[in-house]
Design a protein around this ligand. Structure first.
Ligand code: NAG
Ligand code: NAG
Length: 363
């Protein structure tokens, strides 16, 4: 009876979701579990040496694939990434002009997604890795997280653990949700247009206004969607990611229907920025005109405001697109990502086809 009592209070239960199992899987008396051999191997295989022209940075591209993404979205995104090949991209063997697809670590939420990912490797040479299947195995589609509340917690925790693992190996990480389609090399953008150790997509409530931390480093106190996160591997980012995982697993949070890491990011990073100082750690936000988020504006942003979607539903654009792409809005300088539509009808998740012709070169 006494034992039961202790066990009950040892569980970390938020809402009706118990994350104790995942917490114990990551943390032991020795501290945080080290990356698995499998992750070490796949990270080494995926590693990209990117020549920023000032230095060579080791970096990984990282995304998460659900079964719903396998038929259409994953191959399309890989096709997109395969089009970015450059002399500035080298693999660990010194081979030049590798493609971004080759350096992408695709983390599958379950075995079905894993096999689907594997079938594409011959064509795109990306790397597939099992993303804590024991916790995320029932996730069919990211947009279903609201129906499977437990996975709004497990996915978020797994993602932070993976970021800690990769950054602790000394690798920069470019994380992107699988609905992004890039018109220009996103890594070149990150290395030439951003300087802070942590760069994330703007918050949904900022809509199309460019967002920045205050001069004292204060972050906007709101939900952070994190559909893109670029983390430079530094001692301070490692420390802050580690604290992020600790706080997310050791404290109760109401994630509702959004991934848990979206909710816990701001508090932990704010604490880190305040205590370490902005010269050591700071966070910056991607300009929504370059990296619009589907929550912000369906047709992208221009001049700080959402581009209106005309009555015919087709966004004003200079590139060809089918109706099923959520938006396809290309700036003159071509720096934009498009968002792909994944439609849910009642209980059926349907990924719609999209087609459009690129109007810019790969780099
Ligand atoms: C990296 O880029 C710079 C400038 O483009 C070039 O001068 C340098 O040789 C490159 N380094 C390597 C190792 O390719
Ligand atoms: C969808 O799922 C709910 C709950 O499981 C069920 O009540 C409903 O009938 C389902 N709708 C369809 C169209 O299958």
């Amino acid at each position: 009876m006494k034992m039961l009592f202790i066990l009950f209070f040892a569980s970390l239960v938020a809402g009706n979701v118990d994350i104790t199992h995942q917490k114990n899987y990551y943390w032991s008396e020795q501290g945080l579990e080290n990356p698995s051999q499998g992750l070490l191997q796949v990270a080494d295989w995926s590693l990209l040496y990117f020549n920023t022209s000032r230095e060579i940075r080791p970096v990984l591209l990282f995304t998460i694939a659900t079964p719903a993404s396998i038929p259409v979205v994953l191959p399309q995104v890989l096709e997109n990434l395969a089009s970015f090949l450059s002399q500035d991209q080298m693999d660990a063997n010194g081979n030049r002009a590798t493609t971004l697809a080759e350096h992408t670590l695709v983390a599958s939420t379950n075995i079905e997604a894993h096999h689907g990912c594997g079938r594409l490797t011959e064509k795109y040479h990306h790397k597939c890795h099992e993303f804590d299947h024991k916790f995320n195995g029932a996730v069919y589609d990211h947009l279903e997280l609201s129906q499977t509340k437990a996975h709004a917690y497990s996915i978020g925790l797994s993602r932070i653990k993976y970021l800690v693992d990769m950054v602790s190996l000394g690798y920069d990480v470019f994380y992107f949700d699988l609905h992004h389609y890039f018109f220009k090399n996103p890594l070149r953008y990150m290395y030439t247009h951003t300087t802070t150790p942590i760069v994330v997509s703007a918050t949904p409530s900022s809509v199309c206004q460019p967002l920045s931390a205050a001069p004292d480093g204060s972050l906007p106190d709101e939900h952070h969607r994190l559909d893109i996160a670029f983390v430079r591997s530094t001692p301070s980012t490692f420390r802050c990611l580690y604290n992020w995982l600790y706080w997310s697993t050791h404290t109760m949070h109401e994630a509702e229907d959004k991934p848990l890491d979206h909710h816990t990011f701001r508090t932990v990073m704010q604490e880190c920025v305040s205590s370490l100082g902005t010269s050591v750690l700071s966070v910056s936000y991607l300009n929504p005109e370059h990296f619009p988020s589907e929550c912000n504006a369906k047709c992208g942003c221009r001049g700080g405001a959402p581009v209106e979607r005309p009555p015919d539903g087709k966004c004003p654009t200079v590139c060809e697109f089918s109706m099923s792409i959520d938006f396809c809005y290309l700036r003159e300088d071509g720096l934009i990502v498009a968002i792909l539509t994944i439609a849910i009808h009642e209980n059926v998740t349907q990924t719609m086809l999209f087609e459009f012709s690129r109007t810019t070169s790969g780099d």
